[in-house]
Design a protein around this ligand. Structure first.
Ligand code: NAP
Length: 277
């Protein structure tokens, strides 16, 4: 019930989606599982051909097999997005020369309090590499292709970017915010050459990403299929962004109440992190 109120379903007519994506070629990063795999199934079901990128070849092939079973084309390009050489190889792949839509979805999330982060500077490096540097490189490298096809860039972002930064989430939140800012800054120039840009700010989605965090076990979360429908809807609508309805009052309130919000976080941090060396 609460989930229906917080995440009302988007209206997405399958025929309308088909009109927009049938026969189009879509590169989906993080297509091996979670939101990326659900989005792949949705778009392939509507007649799109897909190029799937992630590290786990077996999982990628499994999703690609489902796409091929629906009669659509699927190309698998196993890539570690943290590795600049693999990124360049991805951009040189023949499949990257013929695309209509880039769905930048691959991501990693880390929740770690400061006390446990002091000897983990790699948390910052790897979240920035996957969540910001790689998608920025992909957008730059694919702009000529997407310009030729008058295509789309869709950024699968998080509501965290819109809300006040919370303790423990520094690496994740900074990396998601960095790419969000980069893409919003670049969007007018991309749009001036006919590439449409969409940002999808998702709340909790029940995937592997949130599984390790016990706090989320009973929290309201949407399904990956619902998230996929939201991503699909951005390809058929004029509206550039999706964010759950309640984030609009929440962000306004958070901006007015920045002082009290930060004070509350300080109180929370004092109770939780008594042992920062
Ligand atoms: N789940 C949520 O609550 C939530 C909320 C808001 C926003 N989001 C965003 O939604 C997107 C998808 O998240 P999800 O929930 O579907 O997560 P997930 O189930 O953990 O899937 C993450 C995907 O990213 C790929 N990936 C991770 N590191 C990679 C790397 N170094 N190189 C290439 N691919 C990599 C993974 O594939 P391999 O492991 O095979 O490489 C996997 O396909 C992320 O950008 C996330 O920030 C999620």
């Amino acid at each position: 019930m609460l989930e229906r109120v917080l995440f009302p379903p988007v209206r997405l007519d399958p025929n309308t989606l088909r009109t927009h994506v049938a026969g189009r070629r879509v590169l989906i990063t993080g297509g091996s599982r979670g939101i990326g795999a659900a989005t792949t199934r949705l778009l392939a079901g509507a007649g799109a051909d897909v190029v799937l990128v992630a590290r786990d070849t077996d999982r990628l092939e499994r999703v690609a097999g489902e796409v091929r079973a629906q009669g659509r084309d699927a190309t698998v390009i196993p890539t570690d997005l943290r590795d600049p050489e693999q990124l360049e190889a991805l951009l040189r792949h023949p499949a990257a020369a013929d695309l209509d839509i880039l769905i930048s979805n691959a991501g990693i999330s880390i929740h770690r309090p400061l006390a446990q982060s002091l000897d983990r500077p790699d948390d910052v490096a790897r979240t920035i590499a996957v969540n910001h540097l790689a998608p920025a490189r992909l957008v730059l490298g694919l702009t000529p292709t997407l310009r030729a096809s008058q295509g789309f860039v869709v950024n699968v972002s998080a509501i965290n970017v819109l809300l006040p930064p919370a303790p423990g989430w520094a690496a994740y939140q900074a990396s998601k915010a960095a790419f969000d800012q980069w893409l919003r800054s670049t969007a007018p120039e991309l749009e001036s050459v006919g590439i449409q840009v969409r940002s999808v700010y998702l709340p909790l989605v029940r995937t592997d990403m949130i599984a390790p965090n016990p706090a989320y076990r009973n929290a309201p979360a949407m399904t990956p299929e619902r998230a996929a429908e939201i991503i699909g809807a951005t390809l058929v609508r004029r509206r550039r962004n999706y964010q759950p309805w309640w984030t609009t009052p929440a962000t306004t309130l958070a901006s007015v109440l920045r002082g009290p919000t930060e004070a509350a976080y300080r109180r929370y941090a004092r109770t939780r992190q008594k042992h920062v060396p």
